[in-house]
Design a protein around this ligand. Structure first.
Ligand code: SF4
Length: 343
C-alpha cells in the first residue's frame, strides 16, 4: 500500500462551452499533487486559478477530464457511484459556505448523525453518544443538537459542518476556503479548531485558500496555482522565506506581516490586470502577460517545466531560475508594458 494518502497525477478538468463557441474552459490543466499521512498541504492562488476545481475533482464532486487520483494507492478516478460510497468514509470535504451544505430541515444532531447512519458506522445509543462527543469536540454546546442550521451563527454552522465531515473519521479532509465566509472575529477560532482536530485525529488535509497568513499558520507544504497549473510547491518555511516563482513573490508581497516596522519597509508588488481567461490561456508560460521579468520571446513561446530547482524538493516553473536555484528578483524589475506597479 502507498505511504501517501493522496496522489494526483496530471489532473485535468475542462468544461465544454456551448457548441457554437466550440471551445472549453481549462479550469485545471495538468496538476500533480501528493499528500502524505497526517500532512496538511495548502493550495493557494487567485480566484479563477482552479484550486477549488482541483478539490472538487479529488472528492469526485466533479468528473476529471484526464489524469488519475489515487487514495491510499487505490485508483478512484473512475470509481462508480456505488464504489464512491465506500470512499466517502475515507475522504470528506468542508465547504466555504456551511449554510448551503447543511440541510435546513434537519436538526444539527441529525445532520451530524446522518453520515454515520448512511455508512452503518453506529446506531441507537452508540450513535447518540458519538454525536454528543463530536459536538463537544468542535465546541458546540449539547443543547444545540436540537437546533436547526438557521438558528446557529456562521461560526457555529461551520463547526457543525466540521463535526459532520469528521463523523466518519476520514483519513483525508479537503477544506475549501472554510473560513472565508465567516466574520473575521470567528475565523481564528475556527482555524484553531481545525488545527487542533487535525493534530488530535491525525487526518491529512488539503487546505484550499487565498489568505497566505492562514496557509502559513496551518500548512506543512504549499502549492501555488496559476491558471490551472501548479507553478511552485515546497515546504511552508521555504516558500515564505525564499519564494522562487515571480507569481509567488507577488502574492507574498501583498501579504500583511504582523511587525508594523517590517511592514512599512516592504515593497508591495501589484499585478497588473486580471488573471487571463482559461478559455484561451496565453502561450508559453501562462504568466508571461503579467510577469514583470518576462523575457520575450522565450517566455511567450516555451512553457517552463515544474522542476526541483534547489535539489531539496522545491518545485518551480520559471525559465529564469538559475541552475543554483537563484530566483529572478521581481522587485528590481523596471516598468515595462507588461510590468507591475509598485505601491
Ligand atoms: Fe516570468 Fe518567464 Fe518565469 Fe514565466 S517563465 S514566470 S514569464 S520569467
Amino acid at each position: 500500500m502507498s505511504e501517501n494518502v493522496l496522489e494526483v497525477r496530471q489532473l485535468k478538468k475542462y468544461f465544454s462551452l456551448p457548441r457554437s463557441s466550440g471551445g472549453s474552459v481549462r479550469a485545471v490543466d495538468g496538476v500533480d499533487l501528493t499528500i502524505g499521512q497526517g500532512e496538511v498541504v495548502g493550495l493557494v492562488g487567485e480566484s479563477g486559478s482552479g484550486k477549488s476545481t482541483v478539490g472538487k475533482c479529488i472528492v469526485r464532486l466533479l468528473e476529471p477530464t484526464e489524469g488519475t487520483i489515487r487514495l491510499h494507492g487505490r485508483d478512484i478516478t473512475t470509481a462508480s457511484r456505488r464504489q464512491l460510497r465506500g470512499v466517502r468514509t475515507e475522504m470528506q470535504m468542508v465547504f466555504q459556505d456551511p449554510y448551503s451544505t447543511l440541510n435546513p430541515r434537519m436538526t444539527i444532531g441529525d445532520i451530524v448523525a446522518e453520515p454515520m447512519q448512511l455508512h452503518r458506522l453506529a446506531r441507537g445509543r452508540e450513535l447518540d453518544t458519538k454525536v454528543a462527543g463530536l459536538l463537544d469536540k468542535v465546541g458546540l454546546a449539547s443543547h444545540l443538537r436540537h437546533r436547526y442550521p438557521h438558528e446557529l451563527s456562521g461560526g457555529q454552522r461551520q463547526r457543525a459542518g466540521l463535526a459532520r465531515s469528521l463523523s466518519v473519521e476520514p483519513s483525508l479532509l479537503v477544506a475549501d476556503e472554510p473560513v472565508s465566509a465567516l466574520d473575521v472575529s470567528v475565523q481564528a477560532a475556527v482555524l484553531n479548531l481545525l488545527m487542533d482536530l487535525q493534530r488530535d485525529m491525525g487526518f491529512s488535509c488539503l487546505f484550499i485558500g487565498h489568505d497566505l497568513a492562514t496557509v502559513e499558520f496551518l500548512c506543512d507544504r504549499v502549492a501555488v496555482m496559476y491558471l490551472g497549473r501548479i507553478v511552485e510547491e515546497v515546504n511552508t518555511t521555504d516558500l515564505f522565506r525564499a519564494p522562487k516563482h515571480p507569481y509567488t513573490q507577488s502574492l507574498l508581497s501583498a501579504a500583511v506581516v504582523p511587525d508594523p516596522k517590517l511592514q512599512r519597509t516592504r515593497q508591495r508588488i501589484v499585478l497588473q490586470g486580471d488573471i487571463p481567461s482559461p478559455i484561451n490561456p496565453p502561450t508559453g508560460c501562462t504568466f508571461h502577460t503579467r510577469c514583470p521579468v518576462a523575457q520575450l520571446p522565450l517566455c511567450s513561446d516555451t512553457s517552463p517545466t515544474l522542476t526541483d530547482v534547489t535539489g531539496r524538493s522545491h518545485l518551480a516553473s520559471c525559465h529564469l531560475i538559475t541552475a543554483d536555484g537563484t530566483a529572478p528578483d521581481v522587485t528590481l524589475s523596471q516598468t515595462t508594458e507588461n510590468a507591475w506597479s509598485k505601491t
